[in-house]
Design a binder for this molecule. Structure first.
Ligand code: C2E
Ligand code: MG
Ligand code: MG
Length: 639
């Protein structure tokens, strides 16, 4: 063994004992030594053992400095392991498929790896020195980031799903882990974020979910998803006290088409039916295919059975139109069963079951029709749906009439004005009351045409009376609450006045209290515009809504009409008497006229006169009649 090696061995033994001690002293000197000899060090790292030779060489050359050289050797080894670890880490860092981003303690990006660039689309130099919030997607609320930093501060680590933005602008999901790195003094030195792009996973998750919840033929929701939607809808309907309707649609004699023309045509027919229904139904309505030739519809805002009935009728009519499939002209009819929430059932399962028995009823009744779960409702709904359809025809064929009811001045008993009230002269059913068809007209949208027609008739009639020398102070027409909030009302009134030539001061518009108070700000604006036209405004059925006195005071209204419900109890019912007195006092204090409707007995008229009510209307004075039957005579003296 050469002297060199003996020395080296001895040195190694001593190294074991003393290296720890020595390292404590070597401090700066060694550090500066390494820092100045990086090249040499690297070379030695590649050839693992050569550092020994290097130390030994030094020992050999300068025994006196043995300890120091040993120390150098020890530190050198430690350093080389660190470097090796770093080199490995750097290789891993660059090869890993996860994106890695490192920021300094101030949050400025100091490192990113290759995967980062591939995932985000940014080059290294574009992001170094920037802050990671440059990748923010806007998908998360500020609270999300606050919580993330709170967790990081508390535990030193956060992981979770986060949506960020690529350089292309695309938003994508990441699974990200962020860790705080602290230095020897426990001070925050870096943040390291490791993330993977999980958009592919999300997409396949989404596809799987879609497959599990949708019918592959029509892409409509399947029974599973539909039942889920019904459950959600019922929970929300319960909360908001709304009604819902569930319709089960079954195609009549579909089996014959399927068996006769083959399954391919059958499938195409089902697809075509799905498309047709999708086009017919409003976006808020859920359509599903439950299986076979059975479809289902969930109408979440269906307050009354008449809505469900007319929806069913629309579906039936729509499906009656022939379908053209591969050269075949196919006719298909449908039967529909309807179940309503909350009147028929309170749970999704029960609702579906009831709709199913209603469907059975519709089929037993000869198919190509609908049935409600409750029998008497079916007839009622069908009648109302029929009215809806007939009403359109009535308007075109001039079956509507305007009747006029006299309004008298209570002090003088003089006939001072009239209220125009619409009637429907039905060819079979006789004179139909507006109480029956106005609500249907409001729902079917026909109300605008009806009110415009009545207003025109009333203004023309008033012009004729004026021409004949009849001195009436006003003709009052009712304005549906559905129209009151619409801008067209102003244009419509202006147009009728212009075309009929009636002085606006003779036209009075009656608006119900609830229409005004539903949206007081809009009502106020609308009323001011109407007032600018010069027409008079009255609040109808006063006392039935929830007026705010403050709001009432601001309304440019000339008249309050006390609802007939309060007049009915006069003068005996103390509550009615008290309410009527208050309304009269209120109207008087605001400088408005008071008009009582529904006066059937002279005692009622007398009480009202004593309370200083101005005007009266009711069967005691006269019923609503056609213009030629109006009695122009003064009413009998009230006192
Ligand atoms: P309304 O505007 O409050 O009209 C007063 C209603 O009370 C009328 O019913 C009238 O015939 C009835 N009436 C009058 N005097 C008496 C009485 O002494 N005793 C009883 N029991 N009833 C009396 P009608 O004509 O059936 O109208 C009902 C409602 O239909 C009206 O209530 C009004 O809200 C609405 N309406 C009538 N015509 C129209 C119209 O052209 N357009 C709109 N949008 N609604 C109308
Ligand atoms: Mg009225
Ligand atoms: Mg009224």
């Amino acid at each position: 063994m050469s002297a060199t090696y003996r020395d080296a061995l001895r040195a190694a033994l001593l190294y074991l004992v003393l290296s720890v001690v020595w390292l404590q002293f070597s401090g700066h000197l060694l550090n500066s030594f390494f820092d100045n000899s990086t090249e040499l060090l690297r070379w030695q790292l590649i050839n693992g053992y050569l550092w020994v030779a290097f130390s030994a060489g030094l020992i050999f050359i300068a025994r006196a400095r043995l300890f120091r050289c040993l120390g150098v050797g020890a530190k050198l080894r430690e350093r080389s392991e660190d470097r090796e670890r770093l080199r490995q880490a750097a290789a891993v860092f660059d090869c890993t498929r996860e994106g890695v981003l490192v920021t300094d303690s101030k949050g400025l990006i100091v490192h990113v790896n290759r995967a980062f660039m591939e995932i985000t689309g940014y080059q290294r130099e574009e992001v170094l020195g920037q802050r990671p919030n440059m990748f923010k997607s806007g998908h998360h609320p500020p609270a999300f980031y606050q919580e993330m930093f709170a967790t990081l501060d508390g535990t030193g680590e956060w992981s979770g799903e986060i949506w960020n933005r690529r350089k292309s602008g695309e938003i994508y999901p990441q699974w990200q882990t962020i860790r705080i790195v602290r230095d020897e003094q426990r001070q925050l030195s870096q943040y390291v974020a490791v993330f993977s792009d999980i958009s592919a996973i999300k997409n396949s998750e989404h596809e799987l979910k879609h497959l599990a919840h949708h019918d592959p033929l029509t892409t409509l929701p399947n029974r599973l998803l539909f039942t889920d939607r019904v459950e959600q809808a019922l929970a929300s309907a319960q909360l908001h006290k709304r009604g819902c309707a569930l319709l089960l649609i079954d195609l009549d004699h579909f089996k014959m088409i399927n068996d006769g023309l083959g399954h391919t045509i059958g499938d195409q027919l089902l697809k075509a039916v799905a498309e047709r229904l999708k086009a017919l139904l409003d976006p808020g309505i859920t359509l599903a295919r439950l299986g076979g030739d059975e479809f289902a519809v969930l109408a979440e805002s269906c307050p009354q059975l008449v809505h469900a009935g007319s929806l069913a009728q629309r579906i039936i009519d729509d499906l009656r139109e022939p379908l053209h499939i591969e050269g075949h002209r196919l006719f298909i009819n449908a039967s529909i069963g309807i179940s309503l929430f909350p009147s028929d059932a309170l749970s999704a399962e029960q609702l579906l079951r009831n709709a199913d028995s209603a469907l059975f009823k519709a089929k037993s009744a000869g198919r190509d029709g609908y049935a409600l779960y409750t029998e008497e409702l079916t007839a009622h709904a069908q009648q109302r749906v029929e009215i809806g359809f007939e009403l359109r025809r009535a308007l075109e064929q001039q079956e509507l009439r305007v009747y006029y009811q006299p309004v008298h001045d209570l002090k003088s008993s003089r006939l001072i004005g009239v209220e125009a009230l619409v009637r429907w002269q039905h060819p079979q059913r006789g004179l139909v009351s507006p109480a029956e068809f106005i609500p249907i007209a409001e729902r079917t949208g026909l109300i605008a045409a009806i009110d415009a027609w009545v207003m025109r008739q009333a203004c023309e009639q008033m012009c004729r009376w004026q021409a004949a020398g009849v001195a009436l102070s006003f003709v009052a027409v009712n304005v549906s609450s559905r129209l009151f909030a619409r801008r067209e009302l102003y244009q419509q009134v202006a147009q009728v006045l212009r075309e009929t030539g009636l002085d606006p001061a003779y036209l009075e518009l009656e608006v119900t209290e609830s229409a005004v108070m539903d949206d007081p700000e809009v009502a106020l604006e609308q009323m001011h515009r109407l007032r600018e036209l010069g027409v008079r405004l009255a609040i109808d059925d006063f006392g039935t809504g929830y007026s705010s006195l403050l709001r009432l005071k601001r309304l440019p209204v000339q008249k309050l009409k006390i609802d007939q419900g309060f007049v009915a109890g006069l003068p005996g019912d103390e509550d009615d008497a008290a309410i009527v007195q208050v309304i009269i006092a209120l109207a008087r204090s605001m400088g408005m006229q008071v008009h009582a409707e529904g006066i059937e007995q002279v005692e009622q008229a007398r009480f009202l006169l004593e309370q200083d009510c101005n005007l009266g209307q009711g069967y005691w004075f006269g019923r609503p009649v056609a213009d030629e039957q109006l009695n122009w005579a003064h009413a009998p003296e009230i006192r």
